[in-house]
Design a protein around this ligand. Structure first.
Ligand SMILES: Nc1nc2c(ncn2[C@@H]2O[C@H](COP(=O)(O)OP(=O)(O)OP(=O)(O)O)[C@@H](O)[C@H]2O)c(=O)[nH]1
Ligand SMILES: [Mg+2]
Ligand SMILES: [Zn+2]
Length: 314
């Protein structure tokens, strides 16, 4: 497998070690795909587990098998707030940030997921699911600022037109490891089911009383996409309600937002935080309507959070 031939684990693998990719994580218990049939159960060394879905690992045989080492990650999708940090997955090529007119969309979360992807050089698109719903036109116009930044907006209906959804997403998913992320109830698992015949991932009816989604998916899972080139896989993940970005430095944050990155170096002060400083090209652009006011407000919120709670070591 690709992971074994990379030879970058720092030391030669022991003779019986087998390369595998982690496809599910439950506490310290994992499932890993060795490329030969069904995934094998395995456990990690040590108490504090650092293994996540998408990790490439070397396994020592056993029942359960032992994760001998985790190969260096290409990237890590993670979040960090004042209380904790959480790694969603590793080694991703594409993030599909899913949203829908119902339940009421949280564009703040969409924007934050896009920042996290960009900070790790993960390609990202925005998926507007449930496109047959009346509220879709309004949602589309609220998301226009993201399209203006260069993020593709893909509209589909996972439940209403699954074949069309597959056709639309095929070129994006082909040959890549892609991850579905978004608030609970937007239809990530429904979409995974549409893309992977026979999957039958659990999906949840919206709890209409609250008008909010119900958390149906409880852990991240990586599935191989059938009928696509080798290496095409899809991760489904549980809905999230918060997305701290305190792991970023101010510079990383500014680089992870395309409309700010584009204006890098144009402010009077080199270390401008784009708040109160005179001669700020970003504030000028906001005032001129060239940068979306909502996006600028998101920048200010994230900036304030990471200045209040700078990243912890490790
Ligand atoms: N109208 C409409 N409903 C949809 C569509 N896709 C999914 N749904 C419904 O939305 C609800 C939530 O779908 P899920 O796929 O469970 O959502 P999820 O994003 O996986 O939610 P979590 O696992 O909680 O994060 C279910 O009732 C689905 O039937 C769609 O295209 N149109
Ligand atoms: Mg789900
Ligand atoms: Zn500035």
């Amino acid at each position: 497998m690709r992971a074994a031939s990379r030879g970058d684990a720092g030391r030669p693998p022991s003779a019986q070690a087998v390369a595998a990719r982690v496809v599910a994580a439950f506490g310290r218990n994992y499932l890993a795909d060795t490329g030969s049939g069904s995934p094998v159960a395995c456990v990690a060394r040590g108490k504090r587990s650092e293994v996540v879905c998408g990790d490439r690992v070397l396994l020592l045989p056993g029942d359960p098998a032992l994760i001998d080492s985790v190969l260096p990650r290409r990237n890590t999708l993670w979040r960090q707030d004042a209380w904790r940090s959480k790694v969603f997955a590793a080694n991703l090529d594409l993030l599909l940030v899913v949203t829908a007119a119902e339940p009421a969309p949280h564009l703040d979360l969409v924007g934050r997921a896009l920042i996290a992807a960009s900070a790790e050089d993960i390609d990202a698109v925005v998926v507007i699911n449930k496109c047959e719903l009346e509220g879709t036109a309004a949602l589309r116009s609220r998301l226009q600022a993201l399209a203006d930044c260069g993020y593709p907006l893909l509209e589909l209906s996972a439940r209403g037109a699954p074949a069309r959804a597959l056709e639309l997403l095929h070129p994006w998913l082909s040959g890549r490891t892609s991850m579905l992320i978004g608030a609970s109830g937007v239809g990530k698992s429904t979409l995974a089911n549409a893309l992977i015949p026979g999957l039958q991932a659990q999906t949840g009816e919206l709890s209409t009383a609250l008008g909010s989604g119900r958390h149906t998916t409880t852990s991240t899972r990586l599935w191989t996409l059938p009928g696509m080139p080798e290496g095409s896989s899809l991760l489904d993940s549980p809905g999230f309600q918060a997305f701290g970005l305190n792991q970023l430095s101010v510079t990383q944050l500014q680089h992870a937002m395309p409309e700010l990155r584009r204006r890098n170096g144009r402010c009077r002060f080199q270390n401008c935080t784009h708040r109160q400083e005179p001669g700020c090209a970003v504030r000028d652009a906001v005032q001129a309507g060239e940068i979306d006011a909502e996006r600028y407000a998101l920048y200010l919120r994230v900036l304030q959070e990471l200045l209040d709670e700078p990243r912890h070591a490790g």
